[in-house]
Design a protein around this ligand. Structure first.
Ligand SMILES: *Cc1c(COP(=O)(O)O)cnc(C)c1O
Length: 228
């Protein structure tokens, strides 16, 4: 099942990129494996899937040690300062940096282990009270502050727009995010020695996200099935 799902999604990513005149190779697939066990992750890995996303540090820790070291792990959950040390050790990319305090903690722990940690700034694009992410109007200030942190490499932006069953409702948020990403790229806030990442799009809206410029789609349900 995972094998067929991956085949289908890869084809859909390819098609969405092609029809919007984009290079399909510039859209990466992050398999979101929260609440799925190592067997399922291994199954996806055996089909050539190398990028996985996890939301909970403790859950991820157990899995990461059991799985091949060639996997690249992205943290996509809400990060607390007391978990920053483990997060810096375990993950290649932290997608959810949304405040100075957490950035400082990650930078410090990355420095201690001699690592340069890739990070994305999470934007609360729908300005929803209950959601994580920096408000769009505060994002530039945060990026300026991150610029001095030597062990963080700022790769781009991530967001989770307000949920809707109709992906067309989400399109304007993707557009806005793309615009922010382009502006920040022009101003030089992102690392120059690596491609910029724009992490947007999930199972129900990734095609629209790709049409609007996503370079990384985060997909769980459509690969692994419903989470219980
Ligand atoms: C769970 C999760 C996803 C995957 O969602 P699906 O609808 O299962 O594809 C993507 N991004 C984040 C931040 C998540 O927490």
């Amino acid at each position: 099942m995972i094998r067929d799902n991956l085949t289908t999604i890869r084809q859909q990513i390819f098609d969405a990129a092609e029809r919007s005149g984009r290079d399909p190779l510039k859209v990466q697939l992050l398999a979101v494996s929260k609440r799925f066990d190592v067997q399922k992750i291994q199954e996806a890995f055996d089909q050539g899937q190398l990028l996985f996303g996890e939301n909970y540090i403790q859950e991820a820790e157990k899995k990461i040690y059991e799985l091949p070291s060639s996997i690249s792990w992205h943290f996509i959950g809400h990060l607390q300062s007391n978990k920053a040390k483990l997060a810096a050790q375990l993950f290649q990319v932290i997608e959810t940096v949304d405040r100075l305090k957490i950035a400082k903690a990650l930078n410090k722990h990355a420095q201690e282990i001699g690592k340069t940690l890739d990070i994305l700034v999470q934007i609360n694009i729908g300005q929803e009270k209950q959601k994580a992410g920096v408000d769009p109007q505060d994002a530039e200030l945060l990026l300026k502050e991150l610029g001095n942190m030597e062990n963080l490499r700022i790769r781009g932006l991530m967001a989770m727009p307000p949920f809707s069953n109709d992906p067309e409702q989400t399109r304007p948020h993707f557009k806005a995010l793309r615009k922010m990403s382009d502006q920040f790229t022009d101003k030089g806030y992102f690392a120059h020695n690596a491609p910029t990442i724009l992490s947007m799009g999930m199972s129900n809206d990734f095609r629209v996200a790709i049409e609007e410029g996503s370079t990384l789609v985060r997909i769980g349900t459509s690969i692994f099935g419903k989470r219980t």
